[in-house]
Ligand binder design. Structure first.
Ligand code: IMP
Ligand code: MG
Length: 180
């Protein structure tokens, strides 16, 4: 699909992301230090790089599972309806669960996912988002841990896409649209 002409300006460097993940993983380890097993749930697809780096910093017994909720499609406009496209493989009843999201924007996705997973009665359910855009919020929700709070900009890289592109950038970049 064609995208509007744009350039990408670096917003958060790979080094800054790595340093932040080290700090966050220490806090997460502290929170779950007594766990027999932590199920780390990545929300596809945007969190795949974040979850890969995060779990390698966690010295805890963990399992990894994935869930896919419908997102923007190929536009930059959020849709309010959240659908589950791919559910977890494993049961989470009575388990410790950490949901890993790339960005909390309007808040609809994380709210929906949290309600869904809470209905399965985990022992403990916590959420982490790499990025948070609080100024865009439509439903009140805050992840338990946030990597970086950012302004209302469309970002890509480090797993996050614009029309499926640029997930492989090692940093977080801001998309700047060019006048045509
Ligand atoms: P929410 O339901 O509006 O909070 O949207 C969350 C989802 O929208 C995130 O998981 C992302 O997949 C997507 N999203 C939000 N902002 C951006 C962005 O700046 N770039 C790419 N995807 C985004
Ligand atoms: Mg997403």
């Amino acid at each position: 699909m064609p995208t509007r002409p744009h350039v990408i300006d670096e917003m958060i460097s790979a080094k800054a992301i790595a340093a932040r993940i080290e700090d966050l993983s220490r806090e997460i380890q502290q929170e779950f230090k007594d766990t027999d097993k932590l199920i780390v749930v990545g929300l596809l697809r945007g969190s795949f790089v974040f979850i890969a780096d995060l779990v390698r910093e966690l010295a805890l017994p963990i399992e990894v599972d994935f869930l896919e909720a419908s997102s923007y499609g190929d536009s930059t406009v959020s849709s309010r309806e959240v659908r589950i496209l791919k559910d977890l493989r494993g049961a989470i009843e009575g388990r410790d669960v950490l949901v890993v999201e790339d960005i909390v924007d309007t808040g609809h996705t994380l709210t929906h996912v949290r309600h869904l997973l809470e209905s399965r009665q985990p022992r403990r359910l916590k959420t982490i988002a790499l990025l948070d855009k609080p100024s865009r919020r439509e439903v009140e929700i805050k992840a338990d841990w946030i990597g970086f709070e950012i302004p209302d900009e469309f970002v890509v890289g480090y797993g996050i896409d614009f029309a499926q592109r640029n997930r492989n950038l090692p940093f977080i970049g801001k998309v700047r649209f060019l006048e045509t």
